[in-house]
Write a protein that binds this ligand. Structure first.
Ligand code: ATR
Length: 275
């Protein structure tokens, strides 16, 4: 029996267990995916303990994504992003990876979005924004990062190849010639709000939201009204899980089975927080 898990605090009603276990069932793997909620200052012991107990792999979420870098061997992308969301205990020391970046890219690929030479706007410069900005730039897009705190976007843009950064005030101009917009802020989760003025959206845009509770955010509703193509946040959640599973098992992930389990989980009344 293999054990995989999620390290976070709080992990809440995570959707990762049903999503990953649907894949194990489909692949005939004897495995379980469990959530762990170590105290914030117990992360190192949690990683050491998981390694000692033979846990095969862990996803990592808030508040540990940055801190875990100190306790694993991060790969170059996780190092550049400055965050790890996937730990592979198959080696010693365990290795750290970031599948949020490739998750965003694969979610867009699933919707036939071409990133090579695309003009992309990322709203948000926190953990999610960092991963998405690197993912899109590495896939060939020219990225503009807009953030409430402009200095954070500027600092991030210095690290992301070819990117520029600034405050939210830049959104209308940046979006006027953009092919793609990704919301990587938490706006839209707690209240029915959008970080983007609706009049800045247009029919030539694809708009993806990293927020998945609710699935239909204010931003995506505004975008659909303006004729834009919309990609909800469950796609990113799905593909970061797909990439983690493929790394851990070496198998090709049963994407449709995972998607079905995830969407079923999201439609239940206690649908998730965490990953
Ligand atoms: P995550 O790891 O999920 O990205 P985070 O690192 O806390 O979380 O980042 C949250 C992001 O949402 C940040 O870009 C934050 O902007 P600031 O850097 O200015 O704090 C953005 N954000 C949160 N609340 C916001 C709001 N009400 N309006 C605009 N941006 C907001």
């Amino acid at each position: 029996m293999q054990v995989f898990g999620l390290l976070g605090n709080p992990v809440g009603h995570s959707l990762s267990p049903p999503m990953h276990e649907a894949a194990y069932d489909h692949l005939g793997l004897e495995a379980r995916y469990v959530t762990f909620e170590p105290a914030p200052d117990d992360l190192e012991r949690a990683i050491d303990g998981a390694a000692a107990l033979g846990v095969s792999g862990c996803n990592v979420t808030i508040p540990f994504k940055r801190d875990v870098l100190a306790f694993v061997e991060p790969d170059p992308l996780a190092q550049r992003i400055g965050a790890v969301n996937t730990v592979d205990f198959g080696e010693s020391p365990p290795t750290g990876h970031n599948t949020d970046a490739v998750g965003a890219v694969r979610a867009l690929g699933r919707h036939d979005v071409t990133l090579e030479r695309a003009s992309a706007v990322v709203v948000g410069a926190g953990g999610a924004g960092r991963a998405i900005a690197f993912g899109l730039a590495d896939a060939g897009a020219t990225v503009t990062i807009c953030n409430r705190t402009a200095s954070k976007a500027e600092t991030l843009a210095e690290a992301v190849p070819g990117a520029t950064g600034g405050g939210l005030g830049r959104l209308p101009v940046a979006l006027s010639s953009a092919d793609l917009l990704v919301n990587a802020t938490s706006v839209g989760m707690e209240a029915d709000q959008s970080p983007v003025p609706p009049e800045a959206l247009h029919a030539d845009l694809t708009v993806m939201d990293a927020v998945y509770t609710p699935l239909e955010t204010r931003l995506l509703r505004d975008a659909a009204k303006r004729g834009a193509t919309t990609v909800d946040g469950a796609w990113m959640l799905l593909y970061q899980g797909v990439a983690a599973l493929e790394r851990w098992t070496g198998e090709s992930a049963p994407v449709e089975a995972m998607n079905e389990a995830l969407r079923q989980g999201l439609s239940s009344p206690v649908a998730g927080s965490g990953e």
